[in-house]
Design a protein around this ligand. Sequence first.
Ligand code: NAD
Length: 418
Amino acid sequence: MSTNVGEQAFENVRKLIDNVCDRMNVERGCRLRLGECERELTVHFPVKMDDGGIKVFTGFRIVHNDTRGPAKGGIRYHPDVTLDEIRALAALMTLKTAVVNVPFGGAKGAVVCDPKALSLRELERLTRRYAVEINILLGPESDIPAPDVGTNPQIMAWIMDTYSMGKGYSVPAVITGKPIEIGGSKGRFEATGRGCMICALLTAKHLAINLNETTVAVQGFGNVGATAAKLLAGEGCRVIAISDSKGGVYNPKGLNLGGLLAHKRETGSVIGFKDTETITNAELLGLQCDILVPAAIEDQIVTANAASVKARVIIEGANAPTTPEAHEILCDNGILVVPDILANSGGVIVSYLEWVQSLQSFFWDEAEVNDYLQRIMTNALAEVLEISQHEKVDMRTAAYMLALRRLAVAMATRGIFP
Ligand code: NAD
């Protein structure tokens, strides 16, 4: 899996924060604080490999801002991940938790590694050592990680166990996205994709698009993309194309998603699935469809391909899949973009519910979790739409306005120590 994340990632988020702060006359101290990350930890640590050798890995944990509550954000395992990218993703978490109004700040972590090239034992040793290296930041009241690209519930379980061993007792609330058996929440695994589906349905209703005639293309067939595709199909949409890092498959009559999942499990890719035409990721992004869900990685819709996007609505399942320049082109072409900090917030919303359940040792059934998610996302989307219409701005600007308003008030109310 290869990514080409520009050096610009954090600068792009900063610029957007600055522009929106200008528009809203946000106090200068507040924007200065949001333009930097509060805490940045880089670690280089050894791991014993199965062949008896030792490798040194580099990891990061960044807290962007914790004014509104404990820092919250995923951990990514990827060979090309950079410090700048993690700063940007941490800042997006601060904005995301604010836009949906859950009482968290923003953080992100990563280890530069290819998890697919590690054995299970190596992955466990790497994870446990990384958890100890960043232990100084972690805690249910201070910084609470979750899964992201390349990590999964098992990895969350190892981090929870490592942290708990250091304390001498179980601390399930130190991490979310855990397996249910050790305090995870029902509904968490599907939460981000479910949130994308909720946004897509509400947006379709807003634009008076009939779901039964709606065509959907999804980039990325991991946690977010596969869940969003499955749930949208369940609502009557026709999912016509899906891709992964190796390429995509297309069938204008609709894909058999159960079969496609099994094919991906067996072969490692969606490519070659029966009754489909093979397409590239670039072709998928330019397909004629109603709803496009980029749910892979950053910087996929860029200046060079934005004009070729033909979807009516984009639901940003991934973080920062669209560059600022490309976003302008999409808006000029009348495409409604539901921005990442809103569209993929389902994960952090149910992480919040998991954290609450872990702290109280009192667990909810899945219907309650899904109901709560639906309510929070519906409110947030309505608030963002309202600002967008009232201020005559695109939905990304509107979402930033809502988030920055909440952050500015929180910062002013707390004041600065000492
Ligand atoms: P994942 O690792 O489960 O899946 C990623 C998918 O993207 C895989 O199918 C992979 O093959 C594909 N992919 C990778 N590089 C690609 C490329 N260059 N072109 C096309 N496809 C490519 O990851 P995930 O958890 O589904 O996360 C996907 C995105 O959603 C990321 O941007 C992540 O930050 C964001 N996100 C995830 C969550 C969550 O709860 N998992 C929450 C919020 C946001």
